[in-house]
Design a protein around this ligand. Sequence first.
Ligand code: SAM
Length: 438
Amino acid sequence: MTLPKEFIENNQDLLGDEAADFLASFQQEAVSAFRTNPLKKAQKSFPQPIPNSLWGHYGKVSGKSIEHVTGLVYSQEPAAQMVAQVAAPQKGMRVLDLAAAPGGKTTHLLSYMDNTGILISNEISKKRSKILVENVERFGASNVVVTNESPQGLAKVFKNYFDLIVLDAPCSGEGMFRKDPDACQYWSGDYPDQCARLQKEILTEAMTMLAPGGRLVYSTCTWSPEENEAVVTWLLETYPDLELLPVEKLNGMVGGIGMPQVARMYPHRFKGEGQFLAHFQDRRPTPSKPQKLKPARSNLTPEQKRLWQDFAKENLLVELSGLLQVFGDQLYCLPEGLPDLAKIKIARNGLHLGTFKKKRFEPAFALGLALASDQVKHSLTLTETDFKTYVSGNTLTVDSNLANGWYQILVEGNGLGFAKLVNGTLKNYFPKGLRFFS
Ligand code: SAM
């Protein structure tokens, strides 16, 4: 790989004797890894655990594997896994992932939250927000709303709202050079300064949304000090109530440049790609009376309510907690305690339960991914061969003694949507956009 000349010179100045090892690391392959998903009921053991990590493993998982398609694993390189590990939300928190697509940090945050509290997972790009929705649905969490807003748009609604904000900022991407050599093409000597301006703009909005006493995690996948330590210094000067918390240096992380509390990850020291990470605690006193925001409301017609209840009674063994809302003919379950989101562009309004069709209700693929096998009355387990037939969009023939109706599809114990059985033929409801041949 040919690195930009200015990038090499900058890092020789910054790293001195270490620069040779750092620059040599670009001739080695990028490190692959994944996390397992604790929200899935059927777990499996995997080799090569990442040290000091709850769910991380080195290695590659195919996008066509059962583990990936059922959401049991999420591919994410090891350095990127340290961001949500430091953020480590407690159960019940209100959390914002401000720049979230494709969803690495979001799904990791959801692993800690264990379907409690609220995660707003935001992505400004519409195209990327669709990928984020797919990844969130596959992960199977029920406490997340995916928004497609600018940070400014979100800040109008969520003033002083979040206990924890993660900003994995758009950056010059130097840490991705090995994984994605195209990132090298976008890079120029001025790029870090341009990115730093944008990062400060986004952080200003983040600070409007942080509740007094909350925490902020700021990360980039670049090494330029302009986007890292300089942004942290600016933040501390602009918001004197923020305090920098020390990040524990695990697995070869090092302190920042003249800033020991933050963490830098370099491929010649840490087995992974490039990452920078800073952790802040807000020291403003918590107000005695929480601010009142107009709450989100349910908007189902009595007929829709009845259709959903009939479906739930016939098929589910759990009562879903949350607020039911319809958008057009689509039914969603929002996490409890959200404000009214009418002014926000939504990509996924909580857990997608299904679609109202004239006089009936059809369950969503997302619902069948989120429910555990013991939360559903009727299920059908697919063999590996059946799985391949199903994901390619074909129907399956099953035991004709089974009653007609909806069945959760199970593969290796985890849900893969619902399918309708009609006289021994299992109709295919695997979403068209996700189908593949293996
Ligand atoms: N956190 C993600 C993950 O772990 O999968 C990766 C996020 S990526 C480093 C940064 C994201 O910031 C991109 O998805 C990009 O579309 C988004 N972005 C770009 N400009 C932005 C802006 N002005 N405000 C907020 N987000 C922006």
